[in-house]
Ligand binder design. Structure first.
Ligand SMILES: Nc1ncnc2c1ncn2[C@@H]1O[C@H](COP(=O)(O)OP(=O)(O)OP(=O)(O)O)[C@@H](O)[C@H]1O
Ligand SMILES: O=P(O)(O)OC[C@@]1(O)O[C@H](CO)[C@@H](O)[C@@H]1O
Length: 332
């Protein structure tokens, strides 16, 4: 069973302003509201792919109720601790000419609620996977993931960590099963500026040597690279597509990689499937649905096969058809 943990979930409020002038009233042409937060996004995609999982974390107030109800209406298994006071944050995504994001700080979380969450995690079985992903609210210790991995080590639990900077680096000593930084995060860690999958590979090897088993580095529209648990390297691409909203694209990759391994795919195939999940979300309003993921996976396999065979045109046609089908999906 896979368990995701989200310490600071959110209501993701996406607005589509045609202007964004500071100091003036700007108006949005449409809005969407989603249950968000990294672990919650991972659980949403896992559920979409029929992989058993439970979303855990801490919720509060009317916004917390919205998140819980949304997840339950999507058939996602939940196990959240509820705060006595304070509201789950609202993260505003201004999807205009350039995406501008304002993420809330989130409520104050008393340590008693963290203890309650830990007691629930204590009950998970040997062989489970625990996904620790996203930022930690400033009211909690910065080394929270470290604390958790120490508490739950020697219990036969696989850890997945997708977190920025020190949160990630501190976690390496506990040999997480899988980490997924993006190319910018890797660049900040090593004082470099890698952009492409080929450029991130040397840094992925370093993170592998420092303790992480599988290191998947996403590179936005360039694709992604993987140094797997055996130290073998793989790279992948994304099918050409129109970027709609990349919020949750990284989380979709985390879910896709775990789902693929669960289905018995090889590491290389799992990387391709993860990339299809990420790009399917980047090309969707909200997180991708299953049929979009499957079409993107087929398109990516076409692209990779075509590259091998040096044919090219067919891929463009497949993806153009995908774009049209996706628009149909979203309207229905
Ligand atoms: N412009 C794009 N076109 C196609 N696919 C994209 C694009 N941007 C992101 N993706 C897909 O999403 C994956 C993750 O993107 P990215 O490297 O930006 O991760 P991230 O920063 O962790 O994402 P986020 O924090 O937005 O969830 C990429 O590897 C790719 O599959
Ligand atoms: O403020 P954080 O915790 O760093 O990021 C939160 C967030 O931006 O990440 C998710 C996408 O990955 C969104 O659903 C959510 O709003």
């Amino acid at each position: 069973m896979i368990y995701t943990v989200t310490f600071n979930p959110s209501v993701d409020y996406v607005m589509h302003p045609s202007t964004l002038d500071m100091g003036y009233t700007n108006r949005s042409t449409s809005e969407e509201v989603y249950a968000g937060g990294n672990g919650i996004n991972v659980s949403t995609i896992l559920t979409e792919l029929d992989i058993d999982n439970v979303a855990m974390g801490i919720l509060g107030g009317f916004t917390g109720e919205f998140v819980l109800q949304t997840l339950q209406s999507q058939g996602i298994n939940t196990n959240f601790v509820f705060l006595d006071k304070g509201n789950t944050r609202i993260n505003v995504k201004l999807n205009g000419i350039i995406m501008t994001i304002i993420n809330g700080m989130g409520p104050n979380i008393p340590i008693s609620k963290v203890d309650e969450l830990f007691r629930r995690i204590d009950r998970i079985q040997e062989g489970s996977t625990l996904v620790l992903t996203g930022s930690i609210p400033s009211c909690l210790p910065e080394d929270m993931y470290d604390i958790m991995m120490s508490r739950f080590e020697n219990r036969g639990i696989r850890f997945v960590v997708d977190a920025p900077g020190n949160l990630l680096m501190n976690a390496l000593a506990a040999h997480p099963f899988f980490i997924k930084p993006n190319n910018h995060e890797v660049g900040r860690i090593f004082g470099a500026n890698p952009e492409t999958p080929e450029e991130v590979l040397p840094y992925a090897h370093k993170l592998h040597e420092q303790g992480a088993q599988n290191v998947l580095v996403s590179c936005g529209g360039y694709g992604a690279a993987l140094v797997d648990a055996e130290g073998n390297e793989h790279t992948t691409k994304v099918p050409p597509c129109r970027l709609v909203n990349a919020t949750g694209a990284g989380d979709s990759m985390v879910a896709g990689f775990l789902a693929a391994l669960d289905r018995g795919m090889s590491y290389g195939e799992a990387l391709n499937f993860a990339s299809a999940c990420g790009s399917a979300t980047a090309a969707s309003n909200g997180l991708a649905n299953r049929s979009t993921i499957e079409r993107f996976y087929a398109a990516l396999n076409h692209l990779l096969a075509d590259e091998k065979n040096k044919v090219g045109q067919e891929v463009v046609e497949v993806v153009e058809t995908l774009d049209e089908n996706d628009e149909d999906d979203q309207e229905s």
